[in-house]
Design a binder for this molecule. Structure first.
Ligand code: SF4
Length: 332
């Protein structure tokens, strides 16, 4: 049995209920292997034609709408995320199936107890474990903690949920808690730690480990500061605007850079690959207006400095470094 609930019956009901005859199924890399089985199941049960996307599916923002349109699909099925609070459907209906995890979370929450600081805990998780969050709240309360769960953010769809680019809910409750507990993978735990100033503990139900992310946070903040300093030396900027983000942000940054006497070109790509950026030899630094994690997670993959849409404000002198840290490093 898969460790994820792929909601096959709901999928069939959505297809038959909508009368869809051709669909494109998008799965994140970790679930791609389920694609062939899902395709056979759907064909058998509904008679619909099924394409399984072999392209990346980084997040809820990353819908293969153009591909669905080219295939003349009448339904896009997007696995692994819930609805992104943004209208981007281009008229093609999208069914989101979060792929709820069957991994238990209470054993790792229990393991995390000695690392939690103070009696007031901010608790959040990713969409795959949201259905288990009430159990974790109850468990922590029985252990004497006062638990606060964040409300929805601009992009995260549900109470208690974080996205790799949306930790606003946690930021809002920060004054009322002593430390944070994130249930999920390192990617989301680190994003939370970089957005918060209080101690952040990760409980990872996949590899059954717990860890404080406070030292990682301090290390990455030092790296980001060095990156911003390097970008200050640049005169030619490439502003990366991938498919999933709003062009207004990229255009505003271009205008601001030009007002500061810098050159700036807008670069478009469906998916940002460092080796493709090598072709722009005159560009001295890049600004990432897409997923903030592109710049934050693996900056050494890029041969030139790459800063986020907020870090460029520090580069231009519009914000101080301290103001940036107060807002949090991760924001879409
Ligand atoms: S911008 Fe990045 S973190 Fe946010 S939903 Fe998209 S892929 Fe995930």
């Amino acid at each position: 049995m898969s460790m994820y609930d792929l909601e096959e019956d709901r999928l069939v009901a959505e297809i038959t209920g909508r009368g869809a005859r051709r669909l494109l199924i998008q799965l994140p890399d970790g679930l791609k292997n389920e694609g062939p089985r899902l395709a056979s199941f759907v064909r058998e049960r509904t008679g619909a034609e099924v394409f399984v996307s072999a392209s990346s599916a980084w997040g809820a923002c990353d819908l293969s709408l153009d591909a669905a349109a080219r295939l003349k699909a009448d339904l896009l099925v997007h696995y692994g995320h819930n609805e992104f609070l943004r209208d981007g459907s281009n008229g093609i209906p999208v069914v989101y199936i979060p792929a709820k995890s069957r991994h238990e979370i209470i054993p790792v929450v229990d393991k995390a107890l000695p690392l939690l600081q103070g009696p007031r805990i901010g608790l959040a998780t990713v969409v795959q474990h949201l259905h288990n969050l009430p159990d974790a709240v109850k468990f922590l309360e029985e252990k004497g903690f006062k638990v606060q769960v964040p409300g929805r953010g601009p992009w995260s769809h549900d109470t208690g949920q974080v996205l790799g680019c949306d930790y606003f809910g946690l930021k809002r409750i920060e004054p009322e808690v002593d430390s944070f507990l994130i249930v999920g993978s390192y990617f989301h735990g680190l994003g939370a730690a970089l957005s918060l100033e209080k101690s952040t503990i990760l409980a990872d139900p996949y590899d059954k480990t717990v860890q404080s992310l406070d030292q990682d946070r301090a290390r990455i903040i030092r790296q980001r500061y060095a990156m911003v300093e390097k970008a200050r030396q640049a005169n030619n900027f490439g502003i990366i605007k991938p498919g999933q983000s709003n062009p207004t942000i990229a255009l505003n940054i271009q205008h601001q850079l030009e007002e500061n006497g810098k050159k700036a070109v807008l670069l478009y790509a469906d998916e940002i690959r460092p080796e493709k950026l090598l072709d722009f030899t005159d560009v001295e630094a890049f600004v990432d207006t897409a997923c903030p994690r592109l710049a934050l997670d693996d900056p050494e993959r890029f041969s030139k400095p790459i800063v986020t849409r907020d870090e460029i404000m520090v580069v231009m002198g519009a914000w101080t470094w301290e103001q940036l840290l107060e807002r949090g490093l991760v924001r879409l």
